[in-house]
Design a protein around this ligand. Structure first.
Ligand code: FAD
Length: 456
């Protein structure tokens, strides 16, 4: 074997978690090797956050064309040119990719191309070259779960193939009503497909506050998106024209395409993790509060560990590990305070606890659901939805849950409110700019503080 050198930190995987750790560690003076078998940036940049949000933006433009009459504009929706959509999406991704590549280079990080394996407590091997690390960070990420279904890439696809569609299917069945399923259902519907979501649990976005999920279901129904709730799927058959999906109870659904969006599984098999004594649970690497695996100086971040599978959680975890290694003693991550956004139309966004979770933790709560019907900007945008604030009785805000076009951006304020443990009366003191959707947050807190303004 060849000697690839000795580093302060060797990172396996250059997705959101791995590259954030690499950048922060090198800023803090560490010598870093970043090993990547595919492309710098990982899932989020290449087949996750960024390309899906580009598809969603094209969907928004399509909706605007379709609804132009509402705003007195003469335009028409004449269909989707997938080549054009893909060119736009690819332009965004490649620009971000060039930027990230330059950023990593400018930090003097050693980038190693190839598939790495943990071959000891302080080394990762790529081919026959060994990279020694005083510290090791596992950041190999995740991939779509398939439930053993035959993903042929044409009739049965995952989010990965959904990102390179060459034409708009007439009909799509979406298996899974979580974030990814809901976002793609929204995209396909805007592009003109007939869409049906199949979800085993009682609601779409089952991790969100139930009241938000119900509003999303109503909004989707209005958009003509169908869904089967509490209906586990049983089997799939491909047919000449597409797929035939059988649901529990015997009902069948025909569609041109089945998108399998039932979650993501960690990439951890055959990488030497278990061989080196790392504890695993359902493929996830187990870590303590410090994101330490309990073995040597080996840490793990991102979708590989059983925390939130979100890019910004990965960034935070990567930075957290790098700062610990540099002896900065950073505070542990409060996962309840990490915002969660589903970028469908309408958007769903939240931070903090749901009503159910707050009660489960024994809080006596008060809550206020402010309807966007009273919010000027939402009327201008012709969007419906609400901002729901949950607070501890005579105490701080415990959760903010929003639904409506563009409300994702409002989590910026929601997270300050939650993480700084603000009292509703304190937020009520803040003067919100008129007319913005952020006023809805202000109004909800005014009402909670006992001085409602635009509330019936
Ligand atoms: P990854 O990004 O998966 O990176 C892991 C990297 O490790 C990959 O580049 C892989 O090639 C590499 N690797 C694996 N094994 C090896 C090996 N043996 N040797 C070398 N390299 C290896 N999150 C959000 O916050 N917002 C969103 O809007 C959002 N949208 C999403 C949409 C979709 C369709 C999907 C699939 C995900 C989305 N996510 C979103 C989630 C987000 O992409 C992930 O949480 C994030 O990418 C996790 O980062 P990571 O570093 O843990 O793993």
């Amino acid at each position: 074997s060849e000697n690839g050198g000795t580093f302060d930190l060797v990172i396996l995987g250059a997705g959101s978690g791995g590259y954030a750790a690499a950048i922060r560690a090198s800023e803090l003076g560490m010598k870093v090797a970043l090993i990547e078998k595919n492309k710098l940036g990982g899932t989020c940049l290449h087949v996750g956050c960024i390309p899906t949000k580009a598809l969603l933006h094209s969907a928004e433009v399509a909706d605007a064309a379709r609804d132009s009459e509402t705003f007195g504009v003469k335009a028409s929706f004449d269909g989707i040119d997938m080549a054009g959509v893909n060119a736009y999406k690819d332009k965004v991704v490649s620009r971000m990719f060039r930027g990230l590549t330059g950023l990593i280079k400018s930090h003097g990080i050693t980038v190693v191309e190839g598939e790495g394996r943990l071959t000891g407590r302080d080394e990762v091997t790529v081919g026959d070259t060994v990279y020694k690390g005083t510290n090791i960070l596992l950041a190999s990420g995740s991939e779509p779960k398939t439930l053993g279904l035959d993903i042929d890439g044409e009739k049965v696809i995952t989010s990965e193939q959904a990102l390179t569609m060459e034409r708009v299917p007439k009909s799509v069945a979406v298996l899974g009503g979580g974030v990814i399923g809901v976002e793609f259902a929204s995209v396909y519907r805007s592009y003109g497909s007939e869409v049906t979501i199949i979800e085993a649990l009682p609601h779409l976005l089952p991790l969100e506050d139930e009241s938000t999920s119900k509003q999303l279901e109503r909004a989707f129904r209005k958009r003509g998106i169908k869904y089967e709730l509490e209906t586990p799927f049983e089997s799939v058959k491909t047919t000449d024209s597409g797929v035939s999906v059988t649901l529990q109870g015997g009902k069948t659904l025909e569609a041109e395409v089945l998108l399998v969006a039932i979650g993501r599984a960690p990439v951890s098999e055959g990488l030497g993790y278990e061989d080196n004594g790392i504890r695993m649970e359902r493929g996830f690497v187990e870590v303590d509060e410090n994101l330490h695996t309990g073995v040597g100086n080996i840490y793990a971040v991102g979708d590989l560990i059983p925390t939130l599978q979100l890019a910004h959680a990965g960034f935070a975890e990567g930075i957290y590990v790098a700062e610990q290694l540099a002896g900065l003693n950073p505070p542990a991550i409060d996962y309840d305070g990490v915002p969660r956004i589903t970028y469908s139309e309408p958007e769903v966004a939240s931070v903090g606890l749901t009503s159910a979770k707050a009660k489960e933790r024994g809080y006596e709560i008060v809550e206020l659901d402010y309807n966007l019907g009273g919010n000027g900007k939402s009327q201008i945008l012709q969007t419906q939805g609400s901002v729901k604030v949950i607070a501890q009785k005579d105490g701080p805000v415990l959760g903010v849950h929003m639904i409506g076009s563009r409300v994702g951006e409002l989590t910026a304020e929601g997270q300050l409110i939650y993480n700084w443990e603000a009292l509703p009366s304190e937020v009520a003191q803040l003067v919100h700019p008129h007319p913005t959707q952020s006023e809805a947050l202000g109004e909800a807190h005014l009402a909670l503080a006992g001085k409602p303004l635009h509330v019936h």
